[in-house]
Design a protein around this ligand. Structure first.
Ligand code: SAH
Length: 349
């Protein structure tokens, strides 16, 4: 994080990397190992106040308390699915804004879907997260905080992470990069970025930037249509970066990182589920090292998009015959509005 962030007049200590924290603590005239101890208290022992840091002297704890804030998220509401062990958390941020995360129980472990912004400015027609517009970017501490609060509350360990909640991760680029570094640092949560998926609506120049970091994460592209006309209609971002431009970045991403791209395709009746769409998609993706994830479109009350279940399987078969690698996403948490595209920042308690 280049810019310093003040929260209620104090510095955001959970957003600092080990090196940044070390520099700050030595400016207090303290030895370097103190910074490592404090980092461990914050990110491993998950202290929620400086008072809990009993291996640190009282005067230093008081100094820290005067200068820094431990930016914790408050669980404002928790909804548990009766069907599949999914939990949706609504968090309140320090400034009164709200975001959501979804904890899912997969055979291979617990996966958390986190938000990266308060609201979203991308305007995808089928998505609830964008309807109330954009409020602000989330800080690294607020992305980490979603994991820490969910782990504490559920007593489950998050083993994989998807950046697919509210917001467009690549529209909050610097904070997302700082967050990924913190998440994977050995002194902290130490989660391998191979267990992280980042989903984007297609900010192509940022995909090019991300490729340079070679993080090993899975890049998911919300494609949803193989032709520019219909894609621009449901995803305004396509007017900025059309499909050719986007796929060029995807091919480069694979070349630079060796990671296979995952394309998300919400199957919408009468919009993108025809034989013509399937053929166009095959023509676009043929020969590319990628995987297509078909998502039945989840309903949101403001729009009338639907999925014909039979059409999803037919569409899958057409793609498979065309030589593409396809799966149909299992929908979790639909009974608590926790499925893809159903998260929002405005709600009624
Ligand atoms: N901004 C990012 C991540 C958030 S959305 C992105 O666009 O990828 C996570 C995924 O859910 C995206 O693939 C998105 O297109 C999809 N999605 C949004 N609304 C949906 C809906 N109503 N039904 C199914 N999937 C939806």
């Amino acid at each position: 994080m280049e810019k310093e962030t003040d929260i209620l007049g104090k510095k955001d200590i959970l957003s600092l990397s080990p090196d940044q924290l070390a520099a700050e603590i030595s400016a207090f005239g303290e030895k370097k190992f103190r910074a490592s101890q404090i980092f461990e208290w914050l990110h491993v022992k998950r202290a929620r106040s400086f008072d809990e840091m009993t291996s640190i002297s009282k005067p230093l704890r008081e100094k820290l308390d005067g200068a820094y804030i431990i930016n914790e998220l408050r669980i404002a509401r928790k909804l548990e699915s009766s069907a599949d062990n999914t939990i949706k958390y609504l968090y309140e941020l320090y400034d009164g804004n709200h975001i959501e995360s979804v904890l899912m129980d997969y055979r291979h472990g617990n996966s958390l879907c986190i938000s990266t912004q308060v609201g979203c400015r991308m305007g995808c027609r089928f998505c609830a997260s964008t309807i109330a517009g954009f409020k602000r970017d989330l800080l690294p501490s607020e992305m980490l905080g979603q994991i820490y609060a969910a782990e504490r509350d559920s007593e489950r360990t998050v083993e994989s992470l998807v950046l697919m909640g509210i917001g467009e991760p690549l529209d909050n680029f610097d904070n997302v990069i700082a967050f990924l570094k913190l998440l994977s640092c050995p002194e902290g949560k130490n989660l391998s970025l191979r267990h992280v998926s980042l989903s984007t609506c297609g900010l192509a120049d940022r995909i090019d930037e991300l490729a340079k970091y070679n993080f090993g994460l899975t890049l998911s592209i919300s494609l949803h249509s193989p032709d520019n006309e219909s894609r621009s209609e449901i995803m305004p971002v396509n007017k900025r970066y059309d499909i050719d431009r986007l796929l060029r970045s995807c091919r480069d991403y694979f070349k630079k990182t060796g990671r296979r791209i995952s394309f998300e395709y919400a199957v919408i009746s009468g919009v993108n589920d025809s034989r013509q769409s399937a053929d166009a998609l095959i023509a676009r993706l043929k020969g590319m090292n990628c995987h297509i994830n078909l998502i039945p479109v989840n309903s949101i009350k403001e729009r009338d998009y639907r999925t014909d279940r039979g059409a999803v399987l037919k569409f899958r078969d057409m793609l498979e015959k065309g030589g593409l690698n396809v799966t149909v996403r299992r929908t979790l948490g639909a009974d608590i509005d926790a499925a893809c595209g159903q998260l929002r920042r405005e709600y009624e308690i």
